[in-house]
Design a protein around this ligand. Structure first.
Ligand code: ZN
Length: 234
C-alpha cells in the first residue's frame, strides 16, 4: 500500500550486524572454547534436545518437509541492543544473540519463539516483507505459544486476572517485536495487530492449545509423538 515507506525500511537488519558480514570466521583460532559463541551452541543443543516446545515444533516441521538442521538453520551471533533473536526469512536462518542470552531458560524461550516463525514460514507462504498482517500474525503466535508470556504470568499471577493478562501480554510483546524490525508508527502497528489478533491468537498450531507451562508443552509433545507413531504405522 504505502510503497514509498517500504523503500527506506531496513527490516531490522541493523539489529543483527553480523548478518551483513560476508565472512563469518567460524572455528577461527581466536574463537576459544569458552566464548559466548561456544556457550550459545551448547545451550542451543540442550534446548533442541530437551525442550518439549522445541521438540514439538521441530517434529511438526519435519513432518511438513521442513527439516531443521542445527548447523544450517541456526546461527549464534552478537547482536545490537537488547534483542535476543530473530528469524531471517531470506536465508531461513534463526539468529541467536549470543551476547544477550545468558541462561538456558532464556535460550529455550528464544529458540521456541523463533521456531514458531520458522514453522509459519514453512507451512504458509508468509510475505514477511510486504504484508504487515503476516508479520503481525506470526509475532502474535510466537508471543502466545512460546511461553514468553507464561513466564511473565508466573511472576504476576497475583496481580491480574490470568487470561486477561495473558492476552494483554501477547498483544504488547507482538507490538514490541514489530516495532523493533519495522520503521512504522506505533498507531499503525497497533492497528495491524488488532486487525489480526483474534484469528491469530486462536491459531494454536502445532500445539493444539496454548502451552502455559512446560508441563502443558510436554503433554502436547507426547500427544504429537503418539499421533506421529499412529500415522507412521498406517
Ligand atoms: Zn518474533
Amino acid at each position: 500500500m504505502d510503497q514509498t515507506k517500504e523503500q527506506d525500511e531496513d527490516y531490522g537488519y541493523n539489529l543483527f550486524p553480523e548478518r551483513k558480514k560476508s565472512k563469518y570466521k567460524k572455528g577461527s583460532i581466536g574463537e576459544s572454547l569458552f566464548t559466548f559463541n561456544h556457550k550459545c551452541h551448547i545451550m542451543l543443543q540442550f534446548a533442541i534436545q530437551t525442550s518439549p516446545y522445541a521438540k514439538l515444533l521441530l517434529g511438526a516441521m519435519r513432518n511438513s518437509g521442513c527439516t531443521v538442521y542445527e548447523g544450517r538453520h541456526f546461527s549464534c551471533e552478537d547482536c545490537d541492543g537488547t534483542v535476543s533473536g530473530g528469524f531471517d526469512a531470506t536465508t531461513s536462518q534463526i539468529v541467536l544473540c549470543q551476547n544477550n542470552i545468558r541462561q538456558q531458560a532464556h535460550m529455550n524461550r528464544v529458540v521456541t519463539h523463533e521456531l514458531i516463525h520458522a514453522f509459519d514460514h514453512c507451512r504458509a507462504h508468509v510475505n514477511w516483507f510486504n504484508n504487515l498482517k503476516h508479520l503481525a500474525c506470526s509475532e502474535i503466535r510466537a508471543a502466545n505459544l512460546s511461553g514468553d508470556c507464561s513466564f511473565i504470568n508466573e511472576l504476576s499471577r497475583l496481580n491480574f486476572g490470568l487470561n486477561q493478562h495473558h492476552q494483554e501480554c501477547v498483544r504488547s510483546r507482538a507490538l514490541r517485536s514489530i516495532l523493533a524490525v519495522r520503521n512504522i508508527s506505533r498507531e499503525k502497528a497497533e492497528k495491524v495487530v488488532d486487525e489480526v489478533f483474534d484469528s491469530c491468537f486462536h491459531d494454536h498450531a502445532p500445539f493444539g492449545r496454548i502451552p502455559h507451562s512446560k508441563k502443558d508443552a510436554k503433554f502436547a509433545y507426547r500427544e504429537f509423538e503418539s499421533r506421529d507413531r499412529y500415522y507412521g504405522n498406517l
